[in-house]
Design a protein. Sequence first.
Length: 113
Amino acid sequence: MEKLLENSAEIQKYKNMVFEASPVIGTTHQIFCDELYKDGVLSGKMKRIVGIAVAIRTGSLSCLVNQTKNAVELGATKEEIMEAAAVAIAMGGKSTIEYGARVIRVLEELEKW
C-alpha cells in the first residue's frame, strides 16, 4: 500500500519545479496561503479542518494529505478531523467515502490514529 505522505512529498517536488519555472506562481501562491491560513475570525486550525472537508469533497489527494497534516500540526484531534470528514461525506455521498478513509490513512501515518 502506498504511503500517502511519501506520495504527497513526490507531488510537492513537481509543484516546486513549476514554482521554479514560473516564480510568480510560487511566490504569489505562498503569500496568499500564508495570509489565508493565519488566525482570523476562524483559527488557522479550523481553516485547515474546513480544508480537509473541501479536499474530500473535491477528491484532491494532495490537498487532503496537506490539510490533514497541517491541521494535526495545529492541534486538531482525530475526532475534529473525522467530524469534518463526515460532513464532506454527507455532502458528497457514497463516492466521497474513499477519501474519508484516506484521511484515516494519513492520520495513521502521522501516528495520530
